[in-house]
Unconditional design. Structure first.
Length: 577
């Protein structure tokens, strides 16, 4: 007997499946082997960032098939589609990195366009590498569909000489090699063993940071971010995610019911206590922007400031994502934060339950090794700190996880570079001095364009043993694998005439991560005089194409470097059209 058709009066897919006028549309669906029941069920977009660029994305295709099984079990019709990914590890250290941040917004745009064009009712999004995670979550909140996010999982750590190694070690080994401390053969051995499986970089770099965010913000199922990519248990999380989105659809729980000011604060707490990537200071405001919530870099940093750092993960600590998973994962971290009164428990989650209810169901306690008890943290303040002052009126951000207090204040003369390439060449040639503040400018969202990460330069400094002997500031970004006194997101950026554009060699800069300040020893009058003499942004070779378009549209890093007005300006919600 045929199943009764779903009432699609309030579902977008009615526009392509219901009524005599949609007969041409249905003919396409029959062509793909769909039956009557499937056509008239709710339609779920299953979006992946699968590609063959890097190991972080390579397992997404398999996991998408498992998501589709879950959707079908929940009486939904899954429709798989893919979007782009630019993988930071491959794009790092050359012109390709300009495409990275722009890809975040392109991912959100392409998922939005696919969902709108085909009228899907709900969304399960799978992502594996740095920008694809926030890009997918931005699309969910922008569309305001019932949505579940699932991370592709982390890579397993490599082993060399009895120790775990990650790609961070390889980047830093380049500096060791340049310094003559590592032979060609040693470098070749390390590069062959550092990345032994599918999955995203294993330390608490940007991918794993944003994976933890997906759980803390409520868009992902509890502990779904933890299992490494090769584990077959990832398929179980994928099936569960497919079922979960059908539950959300039935209850009409939408992405903006989940992503609220309170859930954004929960997410920022988890970034801080795990020593997560500074890039979260860019991506959380961008996700908030899609919901029409003003949640700036400074708001993120205010939460970072009063959150204890108690999860010992690389790059500042010792462990990787697999170890966090085995210690109980993000739910145990959230449980510890609740003990300190630092979690909003009334936030909705992808389970259909509140965060408080999810934590109530969490078994296990902090192991004291990977996850310290919150009352005896590694440090009393978060692993990431915001800075503000006359050198960065819109703020800046620095990762201090693993840094001793005496290294969190730095004063020195500026040594200015107009691009990352110029700075990297100088570092490679040792054309800098201990005690200096290396300034890399014209690398902001608009000025780069694309706000590149500076991992090649910072890793070379660490590899040369100079990570604690110099500081670095930039209007660009840093990889989650960066360590040392490296200040990013300096705003306004150089291309917009921010003070970083006005610095000259020898200007004395003071960075104070304890007090949260960033200043240059110049009077307001001197800065105004230099601004009057400023010739405008450095010309770029990107005068056409996607990066030109991005540079025209992109806003301040303070607000997440977004490329459209956001929900505050929207005239409709997709789900209600």
């Amino acid at each position: 007997m045929a199943k009764a058709h779903t009432d699609k009066t309030n579902l977008p897919s009615r526009h392509v499946t219901e009524g005599p006028e949609r007969a041409p549309h249905r003919s396409y669906f029959y062509a793909m082997g769909l039956g009557d029941d499937e056509i008239h069920q709710p339609w779920v977009g299953v979006a992946t960032c699968w590609n063959e660029a890097a190991p972080c994305n390579i397992a997404l295709n398999r996991q998408a098939q498992a998501v589709k099984l879950g959707v079908k079990q929940g009486n939904g019709t899954p429709r798989e589609f893919t979007t782009i990914t630019v993988t930071d590890g491959i794009a790092m250290g050359h012109e390709g990195m300009r495409s990275s941040l722009a890809s975040r917004d392109a991912i959100a745009d392409t998922v939005e366009l696919t969902m709108r064009g085909h009228c899907y009712d709900a969304l399960v999004g799978l992502a594996g590498c740095d920008k694809s995670l926030p890009g997918m979550m931005m699309a969910m909140v922008r569309l305001n569909t019932p949505s579940v996010f699932i991370y592709g999982g982390s890579i397993l750590p490599g082993r060399l000489n009895g120790k775990d190694v990650t790609v961070q070690d390889v980047f830093e080994a380049v500096g060791q090699h340049q310094a003559g401390n590592m032979s060609d053969a040693e470098l070749e051995i390390l590069e062959r063993v550092a990345c032994p499986s599918a999955g995203a970089c294993g330390g608490q770099f940007t991918a794993n940071t944003m994976a933890c965010v997906s759980e803390a913000i409520g868009l992902a199922l509890p502990n779904s971010s933890g299992a490494p990519a090769p584990y077959e248990s990832r398929d179980q999380y994928s099936i569960a995610s497919g079922l979960a989105v059908m539950n959300l659809l039935e209850k009409n729980i939408r992405a903006r019911d989940v992503v609220t000011r309170k859930s954004l604060e929960n997410a920022a707490r988890v970034v801080a206590c795990t020593g997560g990537s500074t890039n979260a200071g860019l991506h959380l405001p961008a996700i908030a922007h899609e919901a029409g919530i003003e949640f700036t870099l400074q708001d993120v940093c205010d939460i970072f400031r009063d959150t204890p750092y108690f999860v010992d993960l690389k790059p500042g600590g010792q462990y990787v994502a697999k170890d966090l998973y085995e210690a109980g994962g993000v739910p145990i971290v959230m449980k510890e934060l609740r003990k300190a009164g630092l979690i909003h428990e009334d936030c909705m989650t992808a389970t259909g339950k509140t965060m408080g209810e999810v934590i109530d169901e969490t078994r296990g306690e902090a192991d004291g090794k990977v996850i310290y008890p919150v009352e005896t943290p590694i440090t009393k303040t978060g692993g990431v700190v915001g800075l503000i002052g006359n050198l960065a009126p819109e703020g800046a951000i620095v990762k201090v996880a693993g840094m001793e207090a005496q290294h969190q204040i730095f004063t020195g003369p500026a040594r200015c570079f107009e691009s990352e390439e110029e700075a990297f060449a100088a570092v490679k040639a040792r054309q800098y001095k201990e005690g200096e503040v290396i300034v890399i400018r014209n690398e902001g969202p608009a000025g780069g364009p694309g706000m590149r990460e500076m991992l090649a330069t910072t890793a070379a400094l660490s590899g040369q043993g100079m990570g604690k002997k110099v500081a670095l500031i930039t209007d660009g970004r840093f990889s989650g694998a960066t360590r040392g006194f490296c200040v990013g997101h300096v705003g306004p950026e150089a291309a917009h005439g921010g003070p970083i554009a006005l610095l000259r060699n020898g200007d004395v800069i003071t960075l104070n991560a304890i007090e949260g300040t960033i200043s240059v020893a110049l009077s307001d009058e001197e800065l105004m005089e230099r601004k009057a003499e400023w010739k405008g942004p450095k010309p770029t070779i990107y005068a056409s194409g996607a990066l030109w378009k991005y540079a025209q549209l992109v806003g301040s890093a303070k607000y997440g470097a977004c490329t459209h007005p956001g929900a505050a300006a929207e005239q409709h919600i997709y789900m209600d059209l």
